[in-house]
Design a protein around this ligand. Structure first.
Ligand code: SF4
Ligand code: SF4
Ligand code: SF4
Length: 375
């Protein structure tokens, strides 16, 4: 018989799948806005969810370079999909944020900013690589010496229900980057989906409180070994690899190698890889003036090192060619990022491979550069 105790911190329990709706209701009662994966316009998006019925039950995804396809397999599972182009970045660091506005008052200007938005999100279905990406962005936007108030206001209240991946996509390579497919830390609740139950590990006191009175069973040894078997299977299924033992030096020591010119011939400088990347954080500010000249707004917008204007400085453009912009992106992500932040800037989510219209594959480019260098 399911009991109604409060689960212990760090314990692993099982709930019947419909019971997940009780947790969603609790989150809403506590003022959270639950966001999760949904099928919309024949693709996957992260949007508000009302109940478990909004999740992509029965779907999985096929992903390969330059290709994403939703497949409706009509199975009963809710979390077999691997995320699409969107990531949680759009909620913590939105693509456009108003920093302040000004109104003309006679001959002077008055600042008339909107109050800062402080939504209380519950993220449902955060993958291990995505959690690693959030931790990277935390390190950028919530540094000890400088904290971005907009990011912080969104991040500190976020409730995270992470999900262990049991079906990696063809472009995933988190095992190479040490980030997945199993979630290890930094969650409120971590979920593994079996055919008939959700297996939940409790990671915070907030989660304990929200789960109080919700019917659950302690996870049996059989359930735990079933979870372990599925995760080991997922790790073995992941065939895509990025050899990182010689990074960042492979890149930093060969910035003048002619191979960069070869990649530059294929890259379209479209910016897709930077827009979908959950760790990319570059932004620009733009002023937007009303036609009557009485109001102006300063907005922060996502930018990309592939935009020619990004490198435009007084006296000219420091990266006028496509190859130099691709080299900047890769040599930051897998090179100088390490000196700057202590880790590589890639979590192995594979989005930049799936969503590159030229089918440029970061794992293959690194392998090809290594081959060229060692020839
Ligand atoms: S560089 Fe590519 S694989 Fe790595 S985190 Fe960014 S989008 Fe994901
Ligand atoms: S890269 Fe790993 S953690 Fe991320 S979605 Fe794929 S399997 Fe899951
Ligand atoms: S690598 Fe691909 S996604 Fe990135 S800018 Fe070039 S063509 Fe676009």
């Amino acid at each position: 018989m399911p009991n109604e105790r409060i689960p212990d911190m760090g314990s692993t329990i099982t709930i019947e799948k419909p019971v997940f709706n009780l947790l969603l209701s609790r989150l809403k009662e506590e003022g959270y806005l639950p966001i999760g994966p949904r099928v919309k316009n024949e693709t996957l998006v992260y949007e508000e969810i009302e109940s478990i019925d909004d999740l992509p039950q029965g779907y999985s995804t096929e992903q390969k370079p330059g290709n994403f396809r939703l497949v409706h397999e009509k199975h009963s599972r809710f979390f077999d999909i691997i995320p699409g182009a969107q990531s949680w970045k759009q909620f913590l660091f939105p693509s456009q944020t108003e920093l302040f506005a000004m109104q003309k008052n006679g001959k002077s200007w008055e600042i008339s900013s909107q109050p800062m938005e402080t939504p209380k999100y519950a993220f449902i279905g955060v993958r291990a690589c995505e959690l690693a990406a959030i931790q990277i962005q935390d390190g950028i936007f919530m540094r000890e010496d400088f904290t971005d108030p907009h990011y912080r206001a969104r991040r500190i209240h976020a409730f995270v229900i992470s999900v262990n991946c049991t079906q990696p996509a063809g472009t995933c390579f988190c095992t190479s980057m040490g980030t997945g497919p199993r979630v290890k830390e930094e969650f409120d609740v971590n979920l593994t989906e079996l055919d008939d139950v959700f297996v939940l590990t409790i990671g915070s006191e907030v989660a304990r409180r929200l789960l109080a009175g919700i019917p659950f069973d302690d996870a049996s040894g059989y359930i735990l070994s079933n979870v372990e078997r599925k995760l080991e299977h997922a790790e073995h299924q992941m065939t895509r690899k990025l050899e990182s033992s010689d990074l960042p030096n492979l890149i930093i020591d060969h910035l003048d190698h002619p191979y960069w010119l070869e990649i530059g011939k294929r890259c379209l400088s479209c910016t897709n890889c930077t827009q979908v990347c959950p760790t990319c954080f570059c932004w620009d500010t733009q002023d937007e003036m009303s036609l009557d000249g009485k109001t102006t707004r300063r907005n922060r917008l996502w930018d990309s090192c592939f935009n020619p204007g990004y490198s435009h400085q007084a006296g000219g453009n420091t990266r006028p060619t496509i190859y130099s912009r691709y080299r900047q992106w890769l040599s930051h992500k897998l090179g100088t990022w390490k000196q700057q932040f202590g880790t590589l800037g890639c979590v192995g989510c594979g989005r930049c491979i799936t969503w590159c219209p030229a089918e440029i594959d970061i794992t293959e480019e690194i392998a090809a550069l290594r081959n060229e260098v060692n020839r």
